[in-house]
Design a protein around this ligand. Structure first.
Ligand SMILES: [Zn+2]
Length: 414
C-alpha cells in the first residue's frame, strides 16, 4: 500500500498528540475495523456548550477553528459514523448544526457551524470504561471576534486541507492522443449533497450515474476518462478543477442532482450550467452558492482562496474556453432532450467554483431534483440512467467532432 503525503500529514499530526509509533498507527488504520461513533449529545447555552460523541473505542482527535463562517473542526482517524438520520441537522447553544463523514482515505471529520466566535475550552477523549463507551468531549465557550481571530493566527497549523486522490499525480499517458474527459461526481464523504425525503443522497446518485457515463464513454474507445472520485470521498472544489487542468483535459463535466428548498418553487427536469460572472437568474445564483458551499461544509479554510470569478474571467484563453463550454452546453441540451425531461429553462449560468478552469471547457449537469418525486423516480431508475448517459455520450461525441473541425480551421488559417 502506498501512503500518500496527506495521510502522512494526518499521522504526523496525530502522533504529536498521542506519541504512538508510526508503524502501529499505520497498521491500526489498515488492518482493523474502524472505531464506530454511536451517539452524540450537545448541551449548554449561548455562553458555554459541550459537544459529546460516543465511540466504540478511543480515537485521537485534533480540534481547530475556522473563520467566515465560524466553524469548529474535529479531525479524527477514519471512523464509521453509525448515527441516526438527521443527526446534527440542529444543534444547541453555540452549536448551530454539525455534520460528519470521511474527508479523505484514513481521515474522518466533524464540522460544527457555530453561532458566533468561540474558544475551544477543552477537547479530550475518555477511554471506554465500566460498560460506558469511549467519549469525545469538546467544550466551547463564547468569545469575541478579535480573540477568535488571534487564536486562528496563533495556531499556525499545517495545511490540513484534503487534497485530490492519487489520480491527480498520475502523469498523463504519453502518446495517447485521445482527448481526456474528466467526470466529476459532485459532493462525497462528509458532504452528502442534497438528501431526498426517502434518504437517497445526491452524492451516491451522482457517483452511480458518473460510473455509468464513464463506462459508456470508455466503450467507444475514443476517450480517456478520469473521474474526480470513484468512491465516497470528499474532494475540495479546487482539487476537482486542478485534476482537470493537470491532465490537460479536453472537457470537464460535473454531475449533480440537487434539491430545491421549500418556497423556491417546483423545479423539475435536467439543467445544464456554465460559468458566468453574474447568474442567469436567481435560482441559478442560489444553486451556485449552495454548490460552492461544499468546501465550507467539509471544514476547509477558505481564507487563502484566490479571488472571485470576476477577476479571472478576463483573458482570451478564457473567452475561448467559455465559448467551447457554451457550445458543449447547447449540444448537451439538444441531445439530452431526446431522452430526459429537461427543465423549462434548460441552459443557465452562474459563478460555480468547480467550473473555473480557465483552459478546460466545463459544464455542470443538474440531472434533476431529488426533491421532486418524478425526478427522483427517474434518477434512481437504471434504464433512465443508461439512456441519459448514452445521450450525454452522444453530446460529447458531437462536441469533439465540431470542436476538432473548428480547431483545424483555426490552425490552417494561421
Ligand atoms: Zn450538488
Amino acid at each position: 500500500m502506498i501512503i500518500r503525503a496527506t495521510d502522512l500529514t494526518i499521522l504526523a499530526a496525530l502522533l504529536l498528540l498521542t506519541g504512538a509509533g508510526i508503524a502501529s498507527s499505520a497498521e491500526r488504520a489498515d488492518s482493523r475495523a474502524y472505531p464506530v461513533a454511536t451517539d452524540t449529545r450537545v448541551g449548554g447555552d449561548d455562553s458555554q456548550t459541550r459537544f459529546v460523541m460516543d465511540f466504540s473505542k478511543k480515537v485521537d482527535l485534533r480540534v481547530f477553528t475556522l473563520a467566515d463562517p465560524y466553524r469548529v473542526v474535529i479531525d479524527l482517524p477514519q471512523v464509521t459514523f453509525s448515527l441516526p438520520p438527521k443527526t446534527g441537522a440542529t444543534g444547541r447553544g453555540l452549536v448551530k448544526a454539525f455534520r460528519f463523514g470521511l474527508v479523505m482515505q484514513g481521515g474522518s471529520r466533524i464540522v460544527m457551524d457555530v453561532t458566533k466566535p468561540v474558544r475551544i475550552d477543552k477537547a479530550f477523549v475518555v477511554e471506554a470504561a465500566a460498560g460506558q463507551p469511549a467519549r469525545l468531549v469538546v467544550d466551547l465557550a463564547s468569545t469575541d471576534r478579535d480573540s477568535f481571530m488571534k487564536t486562528l493566527a496563533a495556531e499556525g497549523r499545517p495545511a490540513r486541507t484534503p487534497t485530490a486522490s492519487g489520480q491527480e499525480r498520475e502523469p498523463a499517458q504519453k502518446g495517447d492522443p485521445r482527448p481526456i474527459v474528466v467526470l466529476d461526481p459532485g459532493h462525497g464523504g462528509i458532504d452528502n449533497g442534497a438528501v431526498a425525503a426517502s434518504g437517497v443522497m445526491e452524492k451516491d446518485l451522482v457517483l452511480e450515474f458518473s460510473v455509468q457515463l464513464r463506462d459508456a464513454l470508455e466503450r467507444t474507445g475514443k476517450y480517456r476518462v478520469v473521474m474526480t472520485r470513484t468512491d465516497d470521498t470528499f474532494i475540495p472544489l479546487v482539487d476537482r478543477v486542478r485534476m482537470a487542468r493537470i491532465r490537460q483535459a479536453a472537457l470537464f463535466v460535473s454531475i449533480h442532482a440537487d434539491a430545491i428548498k421549500k418556497g423556491e418553487g417546483e423545479a423539475q427536469g435536467a439543467t445544464v450550467y456554465t460559468l458566468s460572472e453574474t447568474a442567469s437568474d436567481a435560482d441559478a445564483g442560489r444553486l451556485a452558492e449552495s454548490e460552492n458551499r461544499a468546501d465550507v461544509i467539509a471544514g476547509i479554510d477558505m481564507s487563502h482562496e484566490p479571488g472571485d470569478v470576476a477577476d479571472i474571467l478576463i483573458d482570451l484563453a478564457q473567452r475561448e474556453t467559455k465559448a467551447f463550454s457554451l457550445h458543449f452546453a447547447k449540444t448537451l441540451v439538444a441531445d439530452m432532450k431526446k431522452v430526459a425531461k429537461m427543465h423549462k429553462h434548460p441552459m443557465k449560468s452562474a459563478g460555480f467554483k468547480v467550473l473555473k478552469a480557465p483552459d478546460v471547457p466545463s459544464v455542470l449537469i443538474e440531472l434533476g431534483y431529488v426533491s421532486s418525486k418524478d425526478d427522483l423516480k427517474q434518477l434512481t431508475s437504471g434504464a433512465w440512467q443508461s439512456k441519459t448517459a448514452a445521450a450525454i455520450g452522444e453530446a460529447i461525441d458531437n462536441f469533439f467532432t465540431t470542436r476538432l473541425a473548428g480547431a483545424t480551421a483555426v490552425r490552417s488559417g494561421r
